[in-house]
Design a protein around this ligand. Sequence first.
Ligand code: TYD
Ligand code: MG
Length: 448
Amino acid sequence: MSSKLSIFICQNCGSETSQYFGRCLNCNSWNSIVEEIKNKRSNYQEITNSKKSIPFNEISSKKISRFTSGFREFDRVLGGGIVPGSVVLLGGEPGIGKSTIVLQSAGKISLNEKVLYITAEESLEQVKIRWERLNQSSINLKIFAETNLSLIIEEIKRLKPSFAIIDSIQAIHNHEMQSSPGSVSQVRACSSELQNLAKENNIALLIIGHVTKDGALAGPKTLEHLVDTVINFEGDNISSHRLLRSIKNRFGSTFEIGIFEMLEEGLREIKNPSSIFTNKENISGVTTTITNEGTRPLAVDIQALVNKTFYSNPRRTTTGISINRLHQILAVIEKHVGIRLSEFDCYIATGGGFEINDPSSDLGVAISILSSLKNIPPLANCSFIGELGLSGQVRKSNNLRTKIEEAVRLGIKNIVVPKLEEEINNNFQNLINIKEISNIKEAVEYSL
Ligand code: TYD
Ligand code: MG
């Protein structure tokens, strides 16, 4: 038994109600609620004889077999490659390079697997022009320019590719619905149909979605729970670096990053990313820290500029770390190193504007500030790792061993860290000079 059920969905925020309102109860936008038809199945129908609960012990776990995206950095973000039957949502601002990366990847995958690239935004000729620019080779890559969902589904069923790409979800539409392409209900309806298709036919599906200025996946925000993996493609207009960052991943760890560079001939992966965020100069106001992004350690410079202020309220700005963290670090310095900073402006910027979320960068920020204030360079060829506690102590850091290994790999000679277990210290003897400290004062005495 199946019956039709009306639901009302806000086109702005995606919230559902059972009746019509002129104003959304969730986001307060006016006239944004639209009726949608939902197929409701009777509960009895779903429980058939073949569907029964079974004991855990009887389930055999199959190892997930993955195929490579053609980029090591992309694979890393996906948790080790593309999982057949999985649905990946790739979000990013317009013009950041989403179509470029997927087209390059599609070319590489097609050397081993059957790939279908569905372009809903650009014509075949436009894609061909990009393709020529990228200088790729392909064997099994098919391209389909279409915006109509049912035609897209038919083509996927006919071709049965291993990997299909939808570029982009905001440009396709389901003819049975009246709302325009890109609206929340279109995006949701199209994605859930595509998702079912992918699962039923074991096709890996990559859906591209545009992000609005405030960083939310427009419409696709409501998709995040539907897909297996959500990846953001980030970067800015100034530098050519691009970052892939996993926000959600059912098949791997989250907050894993992959780093690329946008060149004339497309995206190139950066194999030694620590080198692009550090300068290895020994000047006042600059230190290096090693942060953890996903499972990867990464060296990043921290620059500080501390100047006498001309304002009644000193200026504090940051690029790459949160402003609240800076306020906290300044307060710790005032109290526990005994230096008044209220007469000084303080600017902090990370190398390449790289966004650091790891709190173990605190010590590097503090030493940069003090180094700029005193106008003396910190100890040469030295990295700083440690989270600053409010009482001036340096707290333990996650994955300290991998961070020290990264420092050794980069040829860094000195490293200032929180107190270690004996065993780690012994492992690194002769490779790097490790200075263990327990509070900020010790760090300052040692390095400045
Ligand atoms: P695109 O992949 O079209 O972005 P999106 O699909 O995310 O909207 O990338 C567009 C930008 O990338 C455009 O500004 C030009 C630049 N670009 C290069 O610098 N090199 C290249 O080889 C290509 C194809 C694009
Ligand atoms: Mg595009």
